[in-house]
Every structure is written in structure tokens, then in C-alpha cells.
Design a protein around this ligand. Structure first.
Ligand code: C2E
Ligand code: MG
Ligand code: MG
Length: 424
């Protein structure tokens, strides 16, 4: 009733009709599974009534983009399916999907403000991707989900590989939950070295998950999964507690000035109680707030909501340092640097990798250093593996160095044994 559109039942009937016609004529037809990106934010921040209002505009836009005798139906929430019967070939469908994605890049105007809501679309074509309505719809859903995982604002056509990936993901999700129940994680620390003196100044805490069943899984794979499932919240506090206790241990064993950096995700920053919990954790470990740096990726910062920006300010007031991780990869407008209370930029290792030979990397690194200097920010280079990289970065005025050249991530205990260093 909200959108005056057919529901799932009616839609299934229409697909069945299309199936019959296609079987007789030998023609193809296609399904588009449509879902708004981050629509939940609208409901959460502005309430469901307002969400419904936006959904009506979405339905209007979808119908406006959509010509011909075919059907648009709402499956519930912000999910819609579109039926393209009687197509000439896949190109028609791709063109239509692209047109819809593009239509959703335009803002929605409301009295209060403009909203940007991009869309993700999954595509299936009969008979290649399914021969009955259930399979066609669920495979289109799967393809939509893949479009989302790639960042949304795009369409994806179903492939059988997608099923395999989903099965791996579901297995991984189960393993991950179990690993959390038995605390099957470990925290390693990668030394952070002062560029001028080559002395140890701190270490970045990096999570490790060595599951006997499936072997080691990279944090680049399981952190996003923990983020999606919400497990990152308890896991993230676990990491913070561990890291803070480690700082105290270092202090007690004669490394009084070594501080620790901890990676924090968007989901963690969306928790209003995060700054308070952080304070509690620091207190419990008897560690001063300036011994802790919170690392947030540039991507996370760019997509942060008003609440999480407030939260960053609150964090800053507690005295912890804030560092932008993977800097340079976010395709961001640099103006955001003025809005966020940031202390340090960490140059992404993709720019360090081919220093000092690659002209573009040299130019990018020099620009980042100049920018940081003008804004009064410190710069740390990640992924430093060779002496020429180190020498270049030091000469150019980089403040901190992290990378395999000095050390791989090691146990908290090994940090105590091996340092302080003062040698190249
Ligand atoms: P990151 O925060 O950018 O961490 C640096 C990554 O670069 C680490 O990978 C580290 O092992 C690797 N690395 C350091 N030096 C070198 C080098 O010289 N050469 C090369 N090739 N690599 C180097 P790792 O440990 O696999 O972590 C990957 C990412 O996973 C991290 O990137 C971080 O975003 C995330 N992550 C790890 N631990 C945590 C955690 O406790 N919480 C959260 N939220 N994310 C974490
Ligand atoms: Mg990091
Ligand atoms: Mg990084």
C-alpha cells in the first residue's frame, strides 16, 4: 500500500507468465533486484515515517525510469524487483540497469534537506541464471549483495562463482563466531620507529586469527565480516583492552614512552558509548590517554555520519590521538581534513611500495608531506621494506616509519626484547 506497487505474490505470478511466454517464444527475460545503499541510516536517523516518505519518492523514481509494459514490485523494506520481459539480449538489460543506477545518483529533495541515496542492483537473465521464479529472484538477490559488497552504486550480473563465495562467507562467519566464543585471537604489534633517530616510539596492534580448522585468515578478510555481523563491537573492545594492558606492561618493563595504535572501524565509531568505554579501558589499565592512538581509515572518515564526527571530537577530548589510516586511497576531497580533529596521516603502503623510482609515487608522497606540514599534522609511512624507501622518506621529512624493514608484527613480549633500537 505504501508505494501502490504489486507485492511479492503478484510479482511471482507475473514472472510465471513471463516464463510461459518466454518458453513458447524462445526469448529471454530479465530480473533486476534493486536495493538502496545505506537506507537503514535514514530510518535510524530520521525515523520510519520519514523513511516511508523517502521510499515513496524512490518508488516514483523507479517507475519514471521504467518504460514499457513490465512490472516493478516492492518486496518489502527498500527492496524492489523489476521484470524486463521480452528483451532482445543482455545488452538491453545492462543498459537499463546502468540507467537506473545513474538515476539514483541524483539527490532526493525534501523540505529539510537533500538526500543522496545510491542503489545496488543484481541482474539475472532467464534461462541462463535460473529456470523458475524462485531461483531467478534469489540469484538476483545474491548478485545485488555482491554489488553492495563492492561499495554499492552499481549493478552486478549473477555468476555461479557468487554462490561459492557466499558459502565460504557463511562458513567463515560461523567459524568467526566460534573463535570469539573461545577467544581464539591474538594481538601482534608492529614497531613504529622515529624517522630521524630510528628509535622505537610506538607499535600498531594487529589482530590475528589462527583457526586450526581453516588455517590463518587475514584481518583484511575477517574484519569486514566482523564489521558486517556486529562482532566487531565486542572484538574491538577486546583489542583495546589487550593493547592498553600491553602498554602498561611495556612501561613496567622499562619502555615508558612506547605508545600503541589501535585500528577502529565505522561500526565502532557509531556507538555513542565508545568514548566512555575507551576512558574506562584506559583507566582500568592505568594508562594515560595520550599513550593511545586510534587509527581510522580514510574511507571510514569519508563515509562518516554527523554522529560519528561528534564522536571523534569527543574522543579527541579524552586525549587520545587520531590517525588517518591508508591515507591517499580514499579518493577524498581534502577539505574534510579541516573538519576532523586529526593528528597524524599514515601514507598508504601502495605509495611507498615503488619509492623512490616511481615518479608518481614520489610526487604523491611529497604532496602529502607538504599538505601535512601546512596543516600541522604528523606523517607516518606504512609498508617501508627497503633502505632506499627509508632514506627517501627520511630526507623528505617524514616523521614515523612502519614496515618490514624494521620489523614484521611481533608479540608484545618480543617488542620488549628487541628494543629500543637506534640503528638503521
Ligand atoms: P593497516 O591498519 O593498514 O595495517 C597495516 C598492514 O600492513 C598490516 O597487515 C601489516 O602487517 C602490513 N604491513 C606492515 N608493514 C608492511 C610492509 O613492510 N610490507 C607489507 N607488504 N605489508 C606490511 P595486516 O596485519 O594483515 O592487517 C590488515 C588490515 O586489517 C589492517 O591494515 C587493518 O585495517 C585491519 N586490522 C588489523 N587488525 C585490526 C584490528 O584489531 N581492528 C581493526 N578494526 N582492523 C584491524
Ligand atoms: Mg592501521
Ligand atoms: Mg594502513
Amino acid at each position: 500500500p505504501l508505494t501502490d506497487m504489486p507485492n511479492r505474490l503478484l510479482f511471482t505470478e507475473r514472472i510465471n507468465q513471463a516464463l510461459k511466454t518466454a518458453q513458447q517464444s524462445g526469448k529471454q527475460f530479465a530480473l533486476l533486484y534493486f536495493d538502496l545503499d545505506r537506507f537503514k541510516n535514514i530510518n535510524d536517523s530520521f525515523g520510519h515515517l520519514f523513511g516511508d516518505y523517502i521510499l515513496r519518492m524512490v518508488a516514483e523514481r523507479l517507475t519514471a525510469e521504467f518504460r514499457g509494459p513490465d512490472t516493478v514490485a516492492r518486496l518489502g523494506g527498500d527492496e524492489f524487483v523489476l521484470l524486463f520481459s521480452d528483451i532482445e539480449g543482455p545488452a538491453d538489460v545492462f543498459e537499463a540497469a546502468e540507467r537506473i543506477v545513474r538515476a539514483f545518483r541524483k539527490p532526493f529533495h525534501t523540505n529539510a534537506r537533500d538526500f543522496f541515496l545510491t542503489a545496488s542492483i543484481g541482474v539475472t537473465i532467464f534461462p541462463d541464471h535460473g529456470e523458475d521464479s524462485d531461483t531467478l529472484v534469489s540469484n538476483a538477490d545474491l548478485a545485488m549483495y555482491h554489488a553492495k559488497r563492492l561499495g554499492g552504486d552499481r549493478f552486478r550480473v549473477f555468476t555461479t562463482g557468487m554462490q561459492k563465495e557466499v558459502i565460504r562467507r557463511i562458513n567463515l562467519e560461523n567459524y568467526l563466531r566460534r573463535a570469539w566464543e573461545v577467544e581464539n585471537f591474538d594481538l601482534l604489534y608492529q614497531p613504529l620507529v622515529d624517522a630521524a633517530t630510528c628509535r622505537l616510539t610506538g607499535a600498531e596492534a594487529l589482530l590475528r586469527w589462527n583457526d586450526l580448522g581453516i588455517g590463518p585468515v587475514s584481518p583484511s578478510e575477517f574484519i569486514p565480516l566482523a564489521e558486517e555481523t556486529g562482532l566487531i563491537l565486542p572484538l574491538g573492545y577486546w583489542v583495546l583492552e589487550r593493547a592498553c594492558r600491553q602498554v602498561r606492561q611495556w612501561r613496567e618493563s622499562g619502555l615508558p614512552d612506547v605508545h600503541v595504535s589501535v585500528n577502529v572501524t565505522a561500526r565502532q565509531l557509531s556507538e555513542a558509548r565508545f568514548p566512555e568505554e575507551l576512558r574506562r579501558i584506559l583507566q582500568a589499565a592505568d594508562v594515560k590517554s595520550d599513550a593511545l592512538t586510534v587509527e581510522i581509515t580514510e574511507d571510514t572518515l569519508m563515509s562518516s555520519t554527523r554522529q560519528s564526527i561528534e564522536l571523534l571530537r569527543e574522543l579527541k577530548e579524552t586525549g587520545v590521538q587520531i590517525s588517518i589510516d591508508d591515507f591517499g586511497t580514499g579518493y577524498s576531497s581534502l577539505s574534510y581534513l579541516k573538519r576532523f580533529p586529526v593528528d597524524t596521516l599514515k601514507i598508504d603502503r601502495s605509495f611507498v611500495f615503488d619509492l623512490p623510482e616511481d615518479k608518481d609515487s614520489v610526487a604523491i608522497v611529497r604532496s602529502i608531506l607538504a599538505l601535512a606540514k601546512n596543516l600541522g599534522l604528523k606523517v607516518i609511512a606504512e609498508g617501508v621494506e627497503t633502505r632506499p624507501q627509508l632514506d627517501f622518506l627520511t630526507t623528505e621529512g617524514c616523521d614515523g616509519i612502519q614496515g618490514f624493514y624494521f620489523s614484521r608484527p611481533v608479540s608484545g613480549h618480543q617488542i620488549m626484547g628487541a628494543y629500543p633500537v637506534g640503528e638503521r
